[in-house]
Design a binder for this molecule. Structure first.
Ligand code: 3PG
Length: 217
């Protein structure tokens, strides 16, 4: 990664009339069946609004929580997220009924797919599940920065089979920010990291600690 990194972006494409699969990270905290913190939803809105404004037909997808063994669990339904965003929720994320609903979308419309992790193929990055997802889209947009470290069907596999695969604005911003602190850190260099799931962040912590020590003037 360098500070001059230039990822292919959603802004590079002609989107009108195309089915645009946006992989977002809408894995938000819920309380009493409603969204308790919508920060991640709000962070996803720029790409969503851009694609809709350009006449794309949005197929929005995300996981929520960690359902057991890839089976549907009502408590992990994306229904509260769909309500919060004012979007139609598909009954599943693949299959004939979902394909029919996506086929009915008009330019600028959007539909939210049900939790990708209700299928074991998502976390296994199963080519058969990737092929099912690919039936729903012409263009693939990865805007799920919070899940970009996972090689799952919707975050990795699908990017290889779609002719046009690009980054969304949230992903671009985060990659640029990381490139800056990695390649051109301002000094003095102070890193403060927060958040849950620390074990997933150890590699980044080690890298940043090394940079802070090695590059201090
Ligand atoms: C997160 O909340 O850290 C991301 O959405 C990834 O979720 P996961 O750790 O269950 O893959």
């Amino acid at each position: 990664m360098s500070a001059a990194i230039r990822l292919p972006s959603v802004a590079d494409l002609d989107l009108r009339g195309k089915r645009v699969f946006i992989r977002a990270d809408l894995n938000v905290p819920l309380e009493g069946g409603e969204v308790a913190d919508d920060s991640r939803i709000r962070a996803s809105l720029e790409t969503l609004a851009y694609v809709r404004g350009r006449g794309g037909r949005v197929v929005l997808a995300s996981h929520l929580g960690r359902p057991k063994a890839g089976l549907p669990e009502p408590k992990y339904s994306l229904a509260p997220v769909a309500r919060h965003m004012g979007l139609e929720l598909a009954p599943d994320c693949v299959g004939p009924e979902v394909e029919a609903r996506v086929a009915r979308l008009r330019d600028g419309d959007a539909i939210l797919l049900e939790n990708l992790r209700f299928h074991a193929g998502e976390e296994k990055n199963d080519p058969a599940f990737v092929a099912e997802l690919a039936k729903l889209c012409d263009v693939y947009v990865n805007d799920a920065f919070g899940t970009a470290h996972r090689a799952h069907a919707s975050t990795e596999g699908l990017a290889h089979v779609c002719r046009e695969a690009v980054a969304g604005f949230l992903l671009l911003r985060e990659v640029e920010a990381l490139a800056r602190v990695r390649d051109q850190p301002a000094h003095p260099y102070l890193c403060i990291l927060g958040g849950a799931k620390v074990s997933d962040k150890l590699d980044v912590l080690e890298q940043l600690a090394r940079l802070a020590r090695c590059r201090a003037p």
